[in-house]
Structures are given as structure tokens and as C-alpha cells.
Design a protein around this ligand. Sequence first.
Ligand code: GRF
Length: 190
Amino acid sequence: MTNKVKIAIFASGSGSNFAALEKACYVGGIPAEVVLLVTDRPDAFVTERAKQAGIPVAAFRPRDFDSKEMYEQAVLKRLQDVQAEWLILAGYMRLIGPVLLGAYPERIVNIHPSLLPSFPGKDAIGQAVAAGVKITGVTVHIVDEGMDTGPILAQCAVHVVEEDPDKTAAAIHKAEHELYAETLKNLFEK
Ligand code: GRF
């Protein structure tokens, strides 16, 4: 039997990716166990999802700390307490700093709703629609010190529904949930 990889998921918002990954781990689709949710927004809906799934939550407001380094040290302590092996970013709206990058070299993964290197940063779906591209997509990549940079692990294309940005967003999110689970499965089975 494969040993389960202990993962911590980082999220700041609604947490649909958190829910998809947690479910995939639970049913054995990813050989991993979600040991912690880390959020920088204690009131984000993702915390409700974690509580319902029985996943411990580490919720720290960065502004309550004197520096980003001290914030990340507090997060790191919680990660070490649960022996997290990989950090999985799923809508975590903050750049990872040197403390966590140093503690988890090449072991932090992010998902981004575009075909990187196109449309990095915020509102990638809106950026793609505004640019008039016909195809956008989803990227899963290893995190480095940049914003949505780092080696690409997997990508998939999604058609832009020109007359309906909401439909485009829905298609992107569906693709995210599938691609993230598949990519982590491949990564952890190696
Ligand atoms: C996703 O589109 C993710 O790629 C981006 O933020 C969004 C989070 O959505 N970084 P959710 O909170 O998982 O629903």
C-alpha cells in the first residue's frame, strides 16, 4: 500500500478547489491526506468547508504580525506540528515568502486559471476575456519566489465562451478541479 503524503492546503476564498482536493484525497483518488487548511482570511468560506470535513484550520491574519517573516514562522510552526510534507496553494491570494520557500523547497504547488505565462496575477479569467483570446486554460506549477512563475507541471485548455464570462469561469473551475487532482496524483505516485 502506498504511504499517504501529508498535504496542507492554503486558500483565501470560497475553497471550491479545497473541496475538490479534499474529496479526491478522501476517496483515494490522490494518495494523500489533507492534514491542515491554512488561511490568511479567518472569515473565508473555505474555513466552513474545512470544519465540515473535519480538517484542522490554521487561520492567521498577516496584519496581526510585525512582519511577513513572523507571519510565515507562525504558519510554519503549525505545518511542522502536523508534519505537512507538501504545501498545496488553492486560491491563496498571497506571495509565498522566503521562510516557507526555504522550509519546502520544490514542494509547494499552485494552480492558476490561465495558460501561464499568459495572464499571471489577479483576475486571470477577466484578463483573458478582455484580451479577446479564444482559448485560455489552467496551469499547475511548482512555486518559486515569483508571482505565478516556477516550473509548469501540467496545463489544460478551456474555450472562452464569448457571450458569457460566467460560463467561461465555470468551465475554468471545473477544469481546475480535475487537473489539480490528476496532477497531484501523478506527482505523489512517482
Ligand atoms: C481559482 O481559480 C484559483 O486558480 C485561483 O483562485 C481561485 C480560487 O477558487 N488562484 P476557489 O476558492 O478554489 O473556488
